[in-house]
Design a protein around this ligand. Structure first.
Ligand SMILES: C[S@@+](CC[C@H](N)C(=O)[O-])C[C@H]1O[C@@H](n2cnc3c(N)ncnc32)[C@H](O)[C@@H]1O
Length: 220
């Protein structure tokens, strides 16, 4: 059976890289179930923290998000886009055209990071719709350890994940859902929660998807 949000096979594939490459190759970007024309919930949080234009912004699991286009247009000069899928990053690069030179690209797996581990002093970690795909505790631990290693003191973390009241699957994969307290617990004591809110994203097929958006600041 194929997933109606991305055309991928509806099964838990162990080879996630090929799963995501297939999803991005098979379906036009604007017809993917998580595609948002305007990443307004993320942009509102980013505007709130008023980052300097030379801040390091790491967008993990960026996919083909329009947030990167917006950050370039806003004049941010140190944007890093990561994804496990080369197809996703290529779609984003194609859309950006010449502006793709303004972005640093890192194809790497958040649950087994190699190149990502070499980064440091990140001012903003941004994740929309990636963490919830990590169902194994080991993968979740790797993800949160990476945040604690890379984000600098006074830096920020935005995590937007499916809420406990949200969908149980996306792109044919089961998801691990969160609320504000769970994310606060998992990110640990180095971070203070600045803002948390529920947000309903209406996907390209008109289906509502409940998210929890959180903004944390590193205090230790
Ligand atoms: C639902 S999409 C969200 C894409 C984008 N953040 C957005 O909001 O449009 C999930 C993204 O996470 C990426 N991804 C999944 N597992 C990953 C991993 N282990 N490491 C890095 N990226 C991953 C997928 O390739 C895909 O682009």
């Amino acid at each position: 059976m194929t997933c109606n949000c991305c055309g991928a096979e509806e099964k838990s594939e162990k080879d996630y890289k090929s799963h995501w490459n297939k999803a991005f190759n098979k379906t036009d970007t604007n017809k993917l179930g998580w595609y948002e024309e305007n990443a307004e919930a993320s942009l509102n949080l980013i505007k709130k923290i008023n980052l300097a234009k030379d801040s390091s912004i790491l967008n993990v699991g960026a996919g083909a998000t329009t947030l990167v286009d917006d950050l370039v247009a806003l004049g941010y000069k140190n944007i890093i886009a990561n994804d496990i899928s080369s197809s996703a990053l290529n779609k984003l690069k194609e859309r950006l055209g010449n502006d793709s030179n303004k972005v640093k690209w890192i194809e790497d797996d958040l649950t087994n990071p190699t190149e990502l581990k070499n980064l440091k002093d990140i001012d903003l970690w941004h994740d929309r719709a990636v963490l919830h795909f990590f169902n194994d505790e080991k993968d979740q631990n790797t993800y949160f350890n990476l945040i604690n290693t890379l984000v600098k003191k006074d830096g920020y973390v935005i995590i937007a994940a499916f809420h406990l009241t949200g969908a149980e699957k996306c792109c044919g994969l089961p998801v691990h859902r969160y609320d504000e307290a769970m994310l606060k617990d998992r990110i640990g004591n180095n971070f203070e929660l600045i803002k948390a809110s529920k947000y309903t994203f209406v996907n390209p097929f008109g289906d509502p998807r409940e998210y929890i958006y959180t903004l944390f600041k590193r205090i230790n």
